[in-house]
Write a protein that binds this ligand. Structure first.
Ligand code: PHE
Length: 507
């Protein structure tokens, strides 16, 4: 062993690595033909756990070694037993503490730990004798057999301790019986003492240099336990609220409109909604126009003609706006400024397919060329509800809105007359905010104008009630956020996402 340690540089007392241990086990196997894990550990003064680890690694190499497991009953010291193994037995400690002239029994009883036992055992061993009220040493030196036996047990040499002694020590709660798994290692078919280090990972460098072809890799350990602290996915609070709103619409029998086009033509975003081409919202200061492709490819021509006519000369009881409508302006591409563009497309399609009453909703992103501040970004999510049916009135619209807001826990509502180019009448929706103690605007609504619906081909006795609100406004209120940047973008705090409650809307 010594010689090998020197030649191989395998110093086990300096904290052997698993690799060194594997090597040592192989050398030992070569010499003796068998290695028993616990005995090997004792011989090189290494913990059994480490030896077992090294054996398992050798086993994973394939057929280098054969491994057999045996259950072994053995003994270990209790806490008290370990104390005796290191400091000596109680009786020996008493003997060693006595001055040559002895000590009074009363003093020992008062001051020596475990004095009764220590006195009894020391007298029985004839280490001490009584002289009146005192005990004095009866020998010049003693041999502490109890300590020696317990040291043997600590060292794993329980076999060297007589069985009757073990029974007695067990009674005295100095030792206890334990079962351990012992590994018996023998040479395998492909036994060798020169093992190659197995790589645990395939790296970029190995692939680039071609080194991977010559590398031996560790086999997958399918029995290993996965990480326990693994986090699962979390919804962003905004997306969470979005899915809750979606659920509310679905519960109310609405179906979702396809909102998967952020780029829209001015035609569907504005013209179809009877928004005149000179309207300030169409200005590049308010709307993002797309440079490439700058123009839409096509718009249904007969419908376009009807929209053009309604804007320029009127129709359906309206005189229109009386201006020269430009096809060029209508064909410009832009980032949609509201999801009402999608509602327009859907209502047009509905008229083409043959009208029937519908309830539609959408929740998706819209873009506005706004000055950014604490509560505004250049994009936000818009929630939109559209109900088309025969002879709907503004009372139906107000009822729908009340029903919708009640579902999100907002019961105090007020309506304020407003203006939208595409609705008449139009109403802003206000709700009383308990926290802020004031009425805050939460949405906009109205009945779509005949100038919008008739050119599409929606029947004359059909009216359409619609409303829209931003997703961010209620989200900020519900999460108690004052700055939009804490909700959207790179400055969102991870805690907001990780601590996000399962349910945001307090119904
Ligand atoms: N499109 C409006 C907005 O962007 C919301 C709205 C939708 C108003 C439907 C009336 C009807 O604010």
């Amino acid at each position: 062993m010594r010689a090998r340690c020197q030649s191989g540089g395998l110093g086990h007392n300096m904290g052997s690595s698993v690799m060194d241990l594997q090597q040592e086990i192989l050398f030992s196997l070569e010499k003796d033909g068998v290695v028993i894990s616990n005995e090997f550990g004792e011989s090189i003064k290494e913990s059994h756990q480490k030896i077992v680890g090294a054996i398992k690694s050798l086993e994973s190499l394939g057929n280098v070694v054969n491994v057999k497991q045996n259950a072994l009953k053995t003994w270990e010291c209790t806490e008290e037993g370990t104390g005796v193994a290191t400091e000596g037995s109680h009786e020996a400690r008493l003997f060693n503490s006595l001055p040559p002239e002895g000590r009074s029994v009363a003093d020992i009883k008062d001051n020596f730990p475990n004095s009764n036992f220590a006195l009894g055992a020391a007298m029985k061993n004839k280490w001490l004798k009584k002289e009146g009220e005192k005990v004095v040493p009866a020998m010049t030196s003693i041999e502490d057999q109890v300590q020696k036996y317990l040291q043997a047990i600590t060292a794993g040499a329980a076999d060297s301790v007589p069985d009757n002694v073990k029974v007695e020590y067990k009674k005295r709660k100095l030792i206890r019986e334990v079962e351990m798994t012992v590994f018996e290692v023998t040479k395998g078919n492909e036994f060798t003492t020169s093992i190659v280090k197995q790589e645990g990972e395939l790296t970029k460098e190995m692939i680039e240099s071609g080194q991977w072809k010559k590398t031996t890799f560790k086999p997958f350990n399918f029995k290993s336990k996965g990480r326990v602290d693994q986090r699962s996915g979390y919804l962003h609070p905004l997306m969470q609220l979005r899915s809750e709103f979606r659920q509310i619409f679905l519960e109310m029998g609405f179906s979702e409109m396809p909102t998967n086009n952020f780029v829209e033509s001015a035609f569907w975003n504005f013209d179809a909604l009877f928004q005149p081409q000179q309207h300030p919202a169409r200005d590049a200061h308010d709307t993002f126009y797309v440079a490439e492709p700058g123009k839409t490819i096509n718009v249904p021509e007969d419908y376009l003609q009807k929209v053009k006519k309604t804007h320029s000369v009127g129709g359906y009881g309206s005189i229109g706006y009386q201006y020269d409508w430009s096809r060029d302006e209508a064909h410009k591409n832009l980032l949609r400024t509201h999801t009402t563009a999608v509602s327009a497309r859907m209502l047009y399609k509905l008229a083409q397919d043959g009208f029937q009453p519908v309830k539609f909703f959408s929740i998706d992103r819209v873009f506005r060329n706004e000055t950014l501040d604490a509560t505004h970004l250049a994009e936000f999510n818009q929630i939109e509800g559209v109900v088309a049916d025969y002879n709907l009135s503004i009372k139906n619209l107000m009822g729908l809105i009340k029903g919708f807001f009640e579902k999100i826990g907002i019961t105090k509502l007020r309506f304020k007359p407003a203006y939208n180019p595409y609705t008449e009448p139009s109403m802003e929706i206000f709700s009383y905010h308990e926290g802020l103690q004031k009425w805050v605007e939460v949405g906009n609504s109205g009945m779509f104008r005949p100038e919008m619906l008739r050119p599409m081909g929606i029947p004359e006795n059909v009216t359409v009630a619609a409303w829209g609100l931003s997703l961010e406004r209620p989200a900020m209120i519900m999460y108690g956020i004052n700055n939009i940047r804490e909700l959207v973008g790179p400055r969102v705090k991870m805690e907001l996402i990780l601590d996000n409650p399962v349910c945001t809307i307090d119904k």
